[in-house]
Ligand binder design. Sequence first.
Ligand code: HEC
Length: 212
Amino acid sequence: MFESKSGIFFIAGIGFFLLAFLGNGVVPMIMYKDRVEQTAEQVVNKRVMAQFRDLAERYPESFKEAFGEPTEEACAEALRLGRQVYVGEGCWHCHSQFVRPVSNESRRWGPVAKTTEYDNELQRPVLFGTRRVGPDLSREGGRRGNDWHAVHFHRPKDVQVDSPMPAYPWFFEGSPDRPNRRGIAIITYVQWLGSWLPSYPYYEELAEVQDD
Ligand code: HEC
């Protein structure tokens, strides 16, 4: 077998496959086997709560109809629905959720992604995405205000004239100041992305926000 080149390549092929399987599959599985996956309730934090309350104050009628009071339970519910909307609308066709350790990506988007960030219910299955027609969203939270997102989802071209992102008028009851349940959920979800990192804008101040 080792007399022919194809024999050597065949053995090497199987060898490299096994090595990759071991390194990328078996080793991480053993390393993280005792980690408990977090639920949506557990990943609600002060920063996303501040955004959620801001939505309640900004769009009182729509918010009340969609989620009632801005409690932590309601926020977890909004995050779950927001994730479903993100999957259902195919946002992941155009956006990644993974800052890679190459090409100085961290200078544009923030800290390189870590395994532990994907250890929760909202990343099952993970939403890494493969294409980047639009920017990476894993550190999107806090970059923009809730009203900016409302206008942008309603009609992206109103804030970015040459945006190829589709409009999502069905997130609203008419105008951008009347977001419906799905609209509020997707905004909460994008504001949550990266809220667990100190790179979140106003991280310190928002950590001190009191729950009343
Ligand atoms: C056809 C590709 C495409 C799809 C589908 C798409 N986007 Fe985008 N998105 C873009 C592009 C391109 C931009 C940059 C231009 C802009 O701001 O509109 C963008 C920008 C954004 C931004 C602003 C980022 C920033 O801070 O500048 C957010 C948030 C966003 N998209 C979320 C979403 C969500 C959520 C969905 C699904 C409901 C979605 N996008 C679907 C292409 C897309």
